[in-house]
Design a protein around this ligand. Structure first.
Ligand code: DC
Length: 227
């Protein structure tokens, strides 16, 4: 009997709140691979720019920032749901980067060609080491087109907004479904219509529509593809 090895480089793309991180973490844990959520890097650059009151519409300034920023990703120091620590200048900014102001501005920052080039190069260097599940929007199309397995995880905007809404309510916070839906649709629009590396499935990606699936069913389907 021939023994099969799982794919070494796994690219996992899809729109905001499609469940990529949950799937990617579970997959990486069960294969003993590195989980790398590339959205963190775009969020970190956005967060630094906001902290320093930089003009987010100034592409040259933001590109220079992306080229110079020292974004450190470390093993998780707390078990509060984080996959890793994100550290900038010795400050733990793991949750700051998930704030509303970053959410509202990150699509603008991630549409800049120079920003994408600077961050994609770093992502590619790490990804080529293998044994990695890399999550983002352009991993299968641009960052690691040679990935051994490409998954594009999709779900309707309504379903994704509902999942975000449920997450916030579960944390005991207030949420407005219509507002969340509006933001999801707006981010989809910017991510998929930008000139550089727009959100789209690679030609050889396996597309999974998770609308009527539980998280467990999605994991089971992808684990099957890894065999
Ligand atoms: O996955 P996320 O919501 O943390 O991503 C934040 C933003 O970064 C989102 O607007 C899309 C962008 N992004 C990107 O353009 N390319 C990636 N590889 C990852 C994220």
């Amino acid at each position: 009997m021939t023994k099969t090895t799982p794919p070494s480089i796994i690219a996992l793309d899809g729109p905001a709140a499609s469940g990529k991180s949950t799937l990617g973490r579970t997959l990486a844990d069960s294969l003993g691979y590195l989980f790398f959520d590339t959205g963190i890097m775009y969020r970190a650059v956005t967060w630094i720019a906001l902290q320093h009151d930089m003009n987010l519409n100034d592409e040259a300034v933001i590109t220079e920032l992306a080229q110079k920023a020292q974004i450190d990703i470390r093993p998780p120091s707390k078990s509060d749901g984080r996959a890793c620590d994100v550290v900038i200048g010795e400050k733990d900014v793991t949750w700051d980067m998930r704030g509303e102001d970053v959410d509202a501005n990150v699509s603008v920052v991630s549409a800049y060609a120079g920003v994408r080039q600077a961050l994609s190069e770093q992502q590619r260097r790490i990804g080529l080491r293998g044994k990695v599940v890399m999550v983002g929007r352009d991993i299968g199309t641009v960052v690691l087109p040679e990935a051994d397995l490409k998954i594009y995880l999709d779900a309707s905007a309504e379903e994704r907004a509902k999942r975000r809404f449920d997450e916030i309510i579960a944390r005991g916070e207030k949420a407005d479904y219509d507002e969340i839906l509006r933001k999801v649709v707006a981010r989809d629009h910017i991510d998929s219509t930008r000139a550089v590396a727009p959100l789209r499935p690679a030609d050889d990606a396996v597309i999974i529509d998770s609308d009527k699936m539980t998280a467990e069913q999605v994991v089971a389907q992808v684990m099957e593809l890894c065999k």
